[in-house]
Ligand binder design. Structure first.
Ligand code: ADP
Length: 176
């Protein structure tokens, strides 16, 4: 499904983010920028070794922050690596940190003068964030951002499974 908010199309799709053609894709990375399982592993596998070389030079990214590398062999020219929180009950600042991961990623889009970006469901896999709450924070943060930033024309949420796609769709329908 998709909906227009201010100058931006917000689109939800089921799929593999490594195949996206937006100018940037976001990686759900870890603080050491060392790759790993889930979407992080998929991006490094598909994009080739230059991405890891750049990550090694950058070295570290705190939870809730974001760093940028080139896209290697991917169609996207940029990868925004952000670190979502590990969910441990919900009383350890997880919501603020997840919001910050989206916000800092969106700021990188603006700072690099890009117009389109794709996000995975940050923290909703290995990091254990409850999908509905994760979807709500993802969509609310993005909608508020594009309301104030006309530079962004397209934000795609690329959801790997039907289940997480359905959760994002439900939450988006409630917000529009
Ligand atoms: P985290 O450690 O932040 O939880 P994960 O990579 O484990 O990150 O999971 C985040 C989300 O990304 C999950 O919903 C997972 O199913 C999804 N995912 C895994 N591989 C891909 C992919 N190639 N494209 C898009 N989403 C993916």
């Amino acid at each position: 499904m998709e909906t227009k908010i201010n100058n931006a199309m917000i689109a939800l799709v089921q799929g593999d983010i490594t195949r996206e053609e937006t100018e940037a894709i976001v990686n759900a990375a870890n603080s050491g920028l060392k790759g790993g399982g889930g979407v992080d592993g998929a991006i490094h596998r598909a994009g080739g070794p230059s991405i890891m070389e750049e990550c090694r030079e950058i070295g570290y990214c705190s939870t809730g922050q974001a760093v940028v590398t080139g896209g290697g062999n991917l169609k996207a020219g940029y990868i925004i690596h952000t670190v979502g929180p590990v969910y441990s009950g919900g009383n350890r600042g997880e919501a603020d940190l997840l919001k910050s991961a989206y916000l800092e990623s969106l700021k990188k889009v603006t700072q690099n003068r890009l117009r389109s970006v794709s996000f995975p469901a940050i923290s909703a896999g290995i990091y254990g964030y409850p999908p509905r709450e994760a979807a709500h924070i993802a969509l609310e943060t993005t909608i508020n951002y594009v309301k104030n930033h006309e530079d962004i024309e397209l934000v795609r949420f690329v959801l790997f499974s039907r289940d997480i796609y359905d959760v994002f769709s439900d939450e988006l329908k409630k917000m529009i």
